[in-house]
Design a protein around this ligand. Structure first.
Ligand code: MIG
Length: 768
C-alpha cells in the first residue's frame, strides 16, 4: 500500500492534519497569537482552565512538498510528515523547534541495590516520572533560552536547568529549589529564545512533568501520564504580550475588595474569643494598621467544618461584630475533609445528597485529615458545589468576610488517595488521577459562587491548591514556608512567577510559617513583602509568635513604618488590579517582564517591579546593610532621597535595617493614598499623585471597592498629567459620583499643587 502524503483540511478555525500513517492532529486557531494543538477527538473536550473561545482570525493553511504551513499574523507553524512540528514568529525566526535527536537520560551512576542502601539512611530515591508518561514533547533548547512561569514552583526566577512536576502536594518539609512539586499545578511556561518570547500552556490536569534542560542542555520536555496531549502555542510581540494572551485565555483576576489589599494577620492558632480581641486591640494600641484577622482550624468543634467550638467561641456572631467594630474583617479557614461522624449535620446531609467521593465499589471513600476519619466532597459535581456553597451560610450569616481554603490538594494522612477513586468530572464519572489537580480549583469555584450569592460583595477566597484558571475564583498563598532567609529569598521568584502565570493575587506567609522567626528576618520580610499583593503575616503552632509588638524596638517601629507605607500604596495597587482584570497585566513583576530585551535581568531573583512605576530591591540576606541593585533602562529616582540615578547600571544602595531600597521610574506617576488604620467602604476624600521626574501621565481608577456596581458603570477614571511644571486632572469617566475626590494633590519633586472639584472639573487652586 503506497502512503498518502500529508494533507491539511481547514474547517472554520480548525486545521485538520492527516499524516501519511493516517493519524490525525488538530490545530485550532484561537487568535493571531494563540494556536491550540490536540488530537481531533479531544477538540470538543471542556477545559477547567480555558475561558476564551476561538476568535474569527485571518490565517492560511497550505501544504507544500508534503509539509503543512499554518500562518497567522503572529505565528508560523510547520507540521512535517514524520509528526514533527516547528513554530516560528511572523519573521520566520525560530521559537519552538522539535528536538529530533535521542534523549540522554541523566547518568545517576546507581545500581538497583544501591537505591535501597540510600533509602536506609532516609534518602529519597529520584522518581523518574517520564518512565510512566504516556506522552512526551521534546523541544530544542537554545544555549541562551530562559524560562518563567509554572506558578508556585520553588527555586529561582529563571526555571532553566530544573525539573518540575504537576501533582498538587502537601509536603511540610522546608521547600528548597530541589522540590519538584508543590500545592499547585499551573502548567504555563514562558520561554525567551534569543530574546524572542513565546508561551506554552499544557492543558491537561493529569500528573505531568516538565524538564527545562536539567536532563540535557540540548532539549526541554513536557510529559504527561495520560492523554490527550492538549496544548496551546502562545505568541506575542514582547513577553508582556504573551503573558496577557495567556491571561485572556484562562481568565483574568477579578477586581478584589479594597480591604483585601490591607495588612492581614493570622496564626495557627489563636486560642479563643478573648485572645482574638486581645490581638485586635494589640494592633490598634500599637498604632499598627491592619484589616483582617484569621481563624485557623482550632476555631472549629473537633475540626468539623462549618462548626464553632462552643467552649472557645460561645458567641461567634458577637465576636465578629466586635471585630468589625474595631475595623477588622474576619476570615475563617475551611478544609475540604468532612468528619465521618453520624449525627454531625454536614456529614449526614452530604451523605444523604450523595456528594462525597466514592471507592470503585461505590462506598464513600474515607481517609484521614485533622478531624480524624474523613470523607471528601466531590467538587467536580455541580450538585456538590451547590451543596458546599449552601454550607457557607453558617459563616456568612454571622458576618464572616472571607474564606481560606486549605488542605485541598487534597491532603490525606493515611497514604495517597488511590488513582482509581471515583471523582466527578463536571458530573461525569472520572478518577482521582484526572481530578486530583483540579480539586482545589473546583472547591474555590464553589466557594466563590457561594460568597458572591450570599454577600453580594466581591468574594475573598484564598486557596492553597489550584490549577490554571483558579485565579478567576481565588487568591492564593504559597503554603507552608519557614522562617528561613532562603524562604524570604524565594518569595520574590515565587510571587513573580505566580503573577506571570495568571495569579496576580498571591502572597507568602510574611515572617515565615514554620520555624522560629528572628527580629531581623521579620523586619526584612515586611520590607521585602511591602508590595506583596496578599499581605499576610502567618505562623505555625509551636513556633515563635509573630505579633510585631512582641519584638520590641527597633522591630516594632520599622514594622509600623512599612504597614503605614503599604496603606499609602493601596490606591496604586488597586489601579494595578484593575489593569490585571482588564488587560491581564501582572501586579508584581519580574524585571524581565518589562525589560525582556535586557539579557542582564533574566536571572535577577532579588528585585521586582510593581506595575511599571516602581522597582523594589529588598535586602534578603542576614546581616547586610547595603546591597547591589541593577537598575534597568531609563532613569530612576531613589524613593527616600529623591536622587536621580541613570539606569542600565548596577549601583550599591544603602540599606540599613529600616530601609527597603525602592525606586520610582522617571516619567511615571503613582497615586498615594491617605493614611488609614484600616479600610472601610467609605471613599477617600483626597488623593495625591506623586510624579517621578518632570513629565508624566497616569490613569487612575476608582470605584466603591466592594461590590459589582462597577460592572454597571459605577466607577470613576481620572487622567492625570504633569508637564511643563503644570498639573491637570481630567475626569474621563464619572459613574461613581459619590466617590469623586473633593481635592487632589499633585506632588512633583519638592513642589505640590492642589486641585479642587468645581462643577465636575478639577481646578488648580494653589501652588506651594
Ligand atoms: O499545617 O490549618 O498551610 O497555613 O495554618 C497544618 C493549619 C494545616 C496548613 C496551612 C497553614 C495552616 C495549617 N494547615
Amino acid at each position: 500500500m503506497s502512503e498518502k502524503p500529508l494533507s491539511a483540511q481547514t474547517n472554520q478555525n480548525t486545521v485538520q492534519i492527516t499524516f501519511p500513517d493516517q493519524t490525525q492532529l488538530a490545530l485550532q486557531v484561537f487568535s493571531d497569537a494563540i494556536i491550540r494543538v490536540c488530537p481531533i477527538d479531544a477538540l470538543p473536550a471542556a477545559s477547567y482552565a480555558v475561558v476564551a473561545k476561538p476568535q474569527p482570525t485571518q490565517f492560511t493553511a497550505t501544504v507544500k512538498n508534503g509539509v503543512a504551513a499554518i500562518n497567522t499574523a503572529a505565528l508560523h507553524v510547520k507540521v512535517y510528515p514524520d509528526h514533527h512540528m516547528d513554530v516560528f514568529d511572523q519573521n520566520d525566526r525560530e521559537l519552538i523547534m522539535d528536538y529530533r535527536g535521542q534523549r540522554q537520560p541523566l547518568n545517576r551512576d546507581l545500581a538497583a541495590d544501591e537505591t535501597s542502601l540510600l533509602e536506609e539512611e532516609g534518602h529519597a530515591g529520584h522518581e523518574e516520572i517520564d518512565a510512566t508518561a504516556a506522552l512526551t514533547l521534546t523541544k530544542q533548547l537554545d544555549p541562551d533560552e530562559a524560562f518563567y512561569g509554572l506558578g508556585d514552583k520553588t527555586g529561582f526566577m529563571n526555571k532553566r536547568g530544573y525539573e518540575y512536576e504537576n501533582w498538587n502536594t502537601d509536603d511540610p518539609a522546608p521547600q528548597m529549589e530541589n522540590f519538584t512539586r508543590l500545592y499547585k499545578s499551573i502548567p504555563v511556561l514562558y520561554g525567551l529564545r534569543q530574546g524572542r518570547p513565546y508561551g506554552l500552556f499544557f492543558d491537561n490536569p493529569y500528573r505531568s512533568h516538565v524538564d527545562l534542560g536539567k536532563e540535557s542542555p540540548a532539549y526541554y520536555s513536557y510529559s504527561v501520564v495520560h492523554g490527550p496531549l492538549n496544548y496551546y502555542i502562545i505568541g506575542g510581540h514582547r513577553l508582556a504580550d504573551v503573558v496577557a494572551n495567556y491571561a485572556h485565555l484562562t481568565g483574568t483576576v477579578p477586581l478584589p475588595q479594597r480591604w483585601t489589599l490591607g495588612y492581614q494577620h493570622s496564626r495557627y492558632g489563636y486560642q479563643d474569643a478573648p485572645e482574638m480581641i486581645q490581638i485586635a486591640d494589640g494592633f490598634r494600641q500599637h498604632d499598627l494598621p491592619c484589616d483582617a484577622l484569621y481563624f485557623d482550624i482550632d476555631y472549629m468543634h473537633g475540626y468539623r467544618v462549618f462548626t464553632w467550638d462552643p467552649g472557645r467561641y460561645p458567641d461567634p456572631k458577637k465576636l465578629i461584630a466586635q471585630l468589625h467594630e474595631k475595623g477588622f474583617k474576619a476570615v475563617t479557614i475551611i478544609d475540604p475533609g468532612v468528619k465521618k461522624d453520624p449525627g454531625y449535620t454536614v456529614y449526614d446531609d452530604g451523605k444523604k445528597h450523595k456528594v462525597f467521593v466514592k471507592t470503585p465499589a461505590g462506598k464513600n471513600y474515607v481517609n484521614r485529615v485533622w478531624p480524624g476519619r474523613t470523607v471528601y466532597p466531590d467538587f467536580g459535581k455541580p450538585k456538590t458545589r451547590q451543596w458546599w456553597g449552601q454550607c457557607h451560610l453558617a459563616l456568612t450569616k454571622i458576618g464572616v468576610d472571607g474564606i481560606w481554603n486549605d488542605m485541598n490538594e487534597p491532603a490525606s494522612f493515611d497514604g495517597p488517595i488511590p488513582d482509581d477513586t471515583v471523582f466527578s468530572d463536571n458530573g461525569k464519572k472520572s478518577t482521582h488521577a484526572k481530578m486530583h489537580n483540579l480539586y482545589g480549583h473546583n472547591m474555590s469555584h464553589a466557594t466563590y459562587d457561594a460568597l458572591k450569592e450570599q454577600t453580594g460583595r466581591r468574594p475573598f477566597v484564598i486557596t492553597r491548591a489550584a490549577y490554571a484558571g483558579t485565579q478567576r475564583y481565588a487568591t492564593v498563598w504559597t503554603g507552608d514556608n519557614h522562617s528561613l532567609w532562603a524562604h524570604l529569598q524565594m518569595m520574590i521568584p515565587q510571587l513573580c512567577n505566580h503573577s506571570m502565570s495568571g495569579f496576580s493575587f498571591a502572597g507568602t506567609d510574611l515572617g515565615g510559617f514554620g520555624s522560629d522567626t528572628t527580629p531581623e528576618l521579620l523586619t526584612r520580610w515586611i520590607e521585602a513583602g511591602l508590595f506583596s499583593p496578599l499581605f499576610r503575616n502567618h505562623s505555625a503552632l509551636g513556633t515563635r509568635r509573630q505579633e510585631p509588638w512582641l519584638f520590641g524596638e527597633p522591630t516594632l517601629s520599622i514594622y509600623r513604618k512599612y504597614l503605614k507605607l503599604r496603606y499609602r500604596f493601596i490606591p496604586y495597587l488597586y489601579d494595578l488590579f484593575a489593569l490585571a482584570q482588564s488587560a491581564g497585566k501582572p501586579v508584581m513583576r519580574p524585571l524581565v517582564y518589562d525589560f525582556d530585551e535586557d539579557r542582564q535581568v533574566y536571572d535577577i531573583d532579588d528585585e521586582y517591579l510593581i506595575g511599571d512605576a516602581l522597582l523594589a530591591a529588598p535586602v534578603v540576606t542576614k546581616g547586610k546593610t547595603s546591597r547591589l541593585v541593577y537598575l534597568p533602562a531609563g532613569q530612576w529616582i531613589d524613593f527616600w532621597t529623591g536622587k536621580v540615578i541613570p539606569g542600565e547600571q548596577e549601583i550599591r544602595a544603602a540599606a540599613p535595617l529600616d530601609t527597603l531600597p525602592l525606586y520610582g521610574r522617571v516619567g511615571t506617576m503613582i497615586p498615594w493614598g491617605p493614611a488609614h488604620q484600616f479600610l472601610t467602604d467609605e471613599p477617600d476624600q483626597t488623593m495625591t499623585f506623586k510624579v517621578f521626574g518632570d513629565t508624566a501621565s497616569y490613569d487612575h481608577y476608582q470605584d466603591d471597592g466592594y461590590d459589582f456596581a462597577y460592572q454597571k458603570g459605577e466607577f470613576n477614571q481620572y487622567h492625570v498629567t504633569f508637564a511643563q511644571g503644570k498639573p491637570a486632572v481630567t475626569l474621563t469617566t464619572a459613574g461613581y459620583p459619590a466617590g469623586l475626590y473633593p481635592e487632589i494633590t499633585v506632588a512633583a519633586g519638592d513642589q505640590t499643587f492642589a486641585l479642587q472639584l468645581e462643577n465636575g472639573k478639577y481646578q488648580l487652586i494653589d501652588k506651594n
